[in-house]
Design a protein around this ligand. Structure first.
Ligand SMILES: NC(=O)c1ccc[n+]([C@@H]2O[C@H](COP(=O)([O-])OP(=O)(O)OC[C@H]3O[C@@H](n4cnc5c(N)ncnc54)[C@H](OP(=O)(O)O)[C@@H]3O)[C@@H](O)[C@H]2O)c1
Length: 427
């Protein structure tokens, strides 16, 4: 017996005409991905690039160097910004939003530097600005933080958010490559930023942490508001020690609620135990762990760099525009948000080619120390403000690596004070 059931029809989707800025690793990646997804009905009308005479994989008549040509074209309703110049990107995004065009971007540096203004522009011109590809590339973390964790109280978000530094650390640890060779490979594979110092000095991960803070906790910060560093100072002796203790070293971004109304945030190299989910996040992969009151723990893993993984996130944003999706920034708009603080203690490992370079006075408590010609190290407890205010730990020859469980209960160490330091005979 057959029944005549009327199938529900899909809502009529909005035709999307794209103006694309940038045809580098990600821009070209998006172009290819769009060729494979005709059902999306999104077509690129024009591509704006910087260097007119560069050899391209597609015909020159797709390109222009005039940003106005895209911005002033009323038939273009979506601007996709995929360039490597954060200042120029800000001007493009601002102009596009003011013209009422929806914007998709993957430019974490630009977003972190102008978060507040970009929020204001979206509100004022009622246009969508989506940037899933800016944070952990293929991992759909922003939309999950916006939508899924809306009613479940998050207590922490932490993880590996930079694909190139993770690639470099993996190659140093697993293939015994030198830092320089590992970086070169990451660049050749298109994982590194055009300015690799953004990756290896931790700026890129810090920019991503500001995006996570905004969507996870509604907190608008800049990287200057929290402690961060990259991986350039990690020494061979540090990796040998990690191997001996069956640990790995990863660059970890952390945002963690430390009491009812305060939040600790930092990006630092960290020792990771073999049973930690982050231990097996290798190469250009990223991994994020969220903890929340009711859902408990979630682990996200995916490619955090590269042409197609990043293009996939950009494509997902473009697709979301068909049904007028916008971020609502609900956590930012709610009253009684958590505030960022540096009033907490960290357990750290610091190694130096000269023991004098380690400012022992800054420690609350030194648990272990080792003094040997050019391999000196200290494990101890330090107040986060000492790291924020002083930079002895950033000088050449010194590396700081967080303990596997870095945040230490405040009350316990406030009581102990400097007494144990004196007992250890260190000061
Ligand atoms: N690569 C990744 O794995 C990855 C992952 C996540 C996010 N991202 C982000 O995605 C963006 C693009 O990165 P990418 O790796 O694709 O960079 P890329 O390979 O260096 O390409 C940059 C592109 O931007 C164009 N460009 C630069 N300044 C411009 C301007 N003022 N106007 C128009 N075009 C301009 C360049 O033009 P020419 O071709 O003429 O030089 C080039 O096509 C960056 O914000 C990056 O942080 C990248």
């Amino acid at each position: 017996m057959s029944t005549n059931i009327n199938k529900p029809s899909l809502p009529v989707s909005k035709p999307l005409t794209l103006g694309l800025f940038g045809f580098g690793v990600v821009g070209k990646g998006l172009y290819d991905v769009l060729q494979s997804t005709p059902a999306l009905q999104a077509s690129i009308k024009k591509i704006c690039i910087k260097t007119p005479d560069k050899k391209r994989a597609i015909s020159q008549n797709h390109f222009t160097t005039s940003s106005e040509e895209l911005l002033n074209d009323d038939s273009i309703n979506v601007i996709v910004e995929l360039i490597d110049d954060a200042d120029a990107a800000y001007e493009i995004v601002k102009a596009a939003l003011k013209k009422g065009k929806a914007v998709v971007s993957a430019n974490k540096k630009m977003i972190a530097a102008h978060f507040e203004e970009l929020l204001q522009l979206q509100h004022e011109y009622k246009t969508a600005f989506l940037y899933e590809g800016s944070c952990c590339a293929s991992i759909p973390i922003i939309r999950n933080l916006e939508e899924y964790y809306d009613n479940d109280l998050l207590t922490s978000v932490k993880g590996i958010v930079n694909g190139s530094t993770n690639y470099i650390l993996t190659k140093i640890f697993e293939n015994d490559l030198s830092f320089k060779d590992a970086l070169l490979q990451a660049q050749q594979l298109g994982f590194a930023e055009s300015d690799p110092s953004l990756d290896i000095e931790g700026h890129d991960a810090a920019n991503k942490l500001t995006i996570l803070l905004a969507h996870a906790f509604g907190n608008i910060a800049t990287p200057n508001d929290f402690i961060y560093n990259g991986i350039t100072s990690i020494k061979k002796t540090d990796t040998i020690l990690a191997h001996e203790k069956h640990l790995k070293i990863k660059l970890v971004a952390t945002a963690q609620k430390i009491n009812n109304n305060q939040l600790a945030a930092f990006v630092l190299p960290q020792f990771v135990e073999a049973n930690d989910e982050l231990s097996n996040v290798s190469n250009e992969f990223n991994g994020l762990i969220t903890e929340s009151s009711f859902a408990d723990k979630h682990f996200f893993k995916g490619k955090g760099a590269g042409a197609y993984p990043t293009a996939a996130a950009v494509l997902s944003d473009i697709s979301a525009l068909r049904y007028d999706y916008k971020y609502e920034y609900k956590k930012y708009l709610q009253p009684n948000k958590l505030t960022l603080t540096n009033d907490y203690f960290l357990k750290i490992f610091v190694s130096a080619d000269d023991l004098e370079k380690i400012n022992k006075d800054d420690f609350e408590w030194i648990e272990e120390w080792h003094n040997e010609a050019s391999n000196n190290w200290v494990i101890g407890i330090i107040h986060a403000t000492k790291l924020q205010e002083n930079d002895w730990w950033k000088q050449t020859g010194v590396s700081l690596i967080l303990h596997q469980n870095p945040i230490v209960n405040n009350v316990e160490y406030k009581k102990i004070g400097k007494r144990s330091l004196q007992l250890a005979g260190v000061i």
